[in-house]
Design a protein around this ligand. Sequence first.
Ligand SMILES: Nc1ncnc2c1ncn2[C@@H]1O[C@H](COP(=O)(O)OP(=O)(O)OP(=O)(O)O)[C@@H](O)[C@H]1O
Length: 264
Amino acid sequence: MPGLLDNSTLLDLGDILIVAVLVYHFSLVLKKDAAVRLLIFLLLFFSCFYMAQLSGFSSTTWLLRTIFSSALIILAIIFQGDIRRAILSLGRRPVPANTQDETTETIEELVRAVGEMSKKRIGALIVIVRRLPIDHLVEVGTEIDAKVTSELLNSIFLPYSPIHDGAVIIHNGKLTKAGCLLPLSKNPDIAKSFGTRHRAALGLSELVDALVMVVSEETGNISLVHDGKIYYDLEQAEIRRMLRKSLDFMRLHTAAPAGEAVKP
Ligand SMILES: Nc1ncnc2c1ncn2[C@@H]1O[C@H](COP(=O)(O)OP(=O)(O)OP(=O)(O)O)[C@@H](O)[C@H]1O
């Protein structure tokens, strides 16, 4: 009796195994947005394609060819956030940088302000403009143009202040606007516990590289939102660290050629 697994069955099993491994790894790459991983994946992809073709693995070859023919669409899906950002920022000048001292001062005022508002359960939404301008995304709002101080932020967000609703915009160490409407995120995966204040923060951060601070009126929790991600219930030290990392990066890179913004 011939062996249970003859040569062609083994070949098919190997073929199926390769397809399974490729699908698994491809789904992992889709979940992460690192370009380096994608590059490694593409190298592996083409190596596998040629190996599969040489070995006569028809299913693997078919799958890889199908993936390759839709590569543009797949890349557009993976990098949809970056592509959208690039399109929105086309033709717009990067925001000029702040000095080290101004940055440190602004950070300390912000940390103090959100700490105080958190204790008093005052809801707040603070947008810190980084490299990409946001004017085209912000609706309404009252022009202010004042130095960022914790006292000013506290008084703007007091519930009886006429401009407490909406977001304040901080641009280059100056509080430039208050009572602004931001685009709401349409991401269906946002936890139901997050209302419109958090959705507005996420919505803007999905479109530009701004850093958004949120103080929850309901819980007093402080969150930082960046790049479509929410860093929830942060301690003061963590907020300071993330602000410093994000704003220092911007300060140091504004004069340099355009590069990728880092996550805080
Ligand atoms: N599109 C928007 N842009 C800016 N601010 C907004 C926007 N939509 C709602 N807000 C602000 O969010 C407030 C309502 O917050 P809501 O309670 O719905 O959100 P939340 O995420 O649950 O926040 P909290 O934890 O503070 O309750 C509004 O009063 C307004 O100040």
